[in-house]
Design a protein around this ligand. Sequence first.
Ligand SMILES: C[S@@+](CC[C@H](N)C(=O)[O-])C[C@H]1O[C@@H](n2cnc3c(N)ncnc32)[C@H](O)[C@@H]1O
Length: 354
Amino acid sequence: MKRPLLLTLSVSCLLAFRRHPSADGFVVATTTKTTTTTTTTGSGTILYSSRRFATILKDTPLSPQQQQQQQQQCFRKERTIRLPKSGREVTLISRTLPIDSNLLQNITVWEWKNPSEVVNAYWDAQTHQMTTMTASSSAFTSKDPSSNAPSLLDPFGLMTWPGSVKAAQELCRHIDAVQGRHVVVLGAGVGVETQAASILGAKQVISTDIHPTTLQQLQVGIDQEPRIPSDVVQTQILDLFAIDHQPLPTPCDLLVAADVLYNEQLAKQICRRCAEAYRRNPKIQLLITDSQRFVPTFIEDLNTALEAVAVAEGRNFEKVDWHVETMEGFTGSGVMIDDDQMYNVKVQHVWIGL
Ligand SMILES: C[S@@+](CC[C@H](N)C(=O)[O-])C[C@H]1O[C@@H](n2cnc3c(N)ncnc32)[C@H](O)[C@@H]1O
């Protein structure tokens, strides 16, 4: 049976409603929507990413009985937060994710309860940009501050992604890379990997993201988690693209980026940020996970970037490759619908410097 999300992905609500970037970085739809089928050809972030979502969700679904069982096991709580700039009150809902390690059974984070409004409005605004700008426009290639394109923060950090669970599992497997260390998280989202690092004994975790709301949600999870010592986690707005004026926090012994490779531009920035970290600290360890598998050249680009640093600094660098595994029955937000989705998904991860 096709799930509603796939259907949602094949259509887009265009132009029949007003939208504007809100003070909190979202696009807010304010009047009635009309539904039109979008073309699936053409270039640009939205169509490519939509296909990727569809591919993941087509992976073998579990039976309705298994889904029901999983949902029954889940006891979810709600709470509201107020967004500081707009004053808007939004409802968050807890999600407890199994990590299944002896060191860490599960982690509870706080997701946006009804994501479809903001996610669909974001896609619509992207589509609008695509129809009004050429594909070579700076809106698609860089965060050019002189661009007239409205600054739309993507809403994909409002919920948890499989790569964060994989990162948490890997941190459990390699606890020596975590205990007593200074950890920096890029694109931290609602904070699964942040919580894992801090519960496992990191000395300090600096969790960065471009989106202030996702960091607000992350903080709720930290505040609610008694296993995390106070003052270990700090949050910081950091735009991966702002490499010239927002350097990575220091000190950094371990850099983690979970599921932040979902378009070519972001993947390129992750390479540059890894090179930045490696240039500054030859002993740095890097953990990168990816459930989207959207940029096949990433691992080659990463090797090239790190090798260039090694050559310049007179160090040795051994090339690395992805480890790919299937994560079964990941249950996460439906993203474009307000229901959960359960699916099996291939997740790849790579460690550097272990
Ligand atoms: C797919 S989510 C992954 C979140 C989390 N790591 C996880 O796996 O659940 C990607 C994250 O990258 C963040 N992000 C997107 N663009 C960014 C940028 N230019 N700089 C920093 N973070 C960014 C998003 O806000 C979001 O939190």
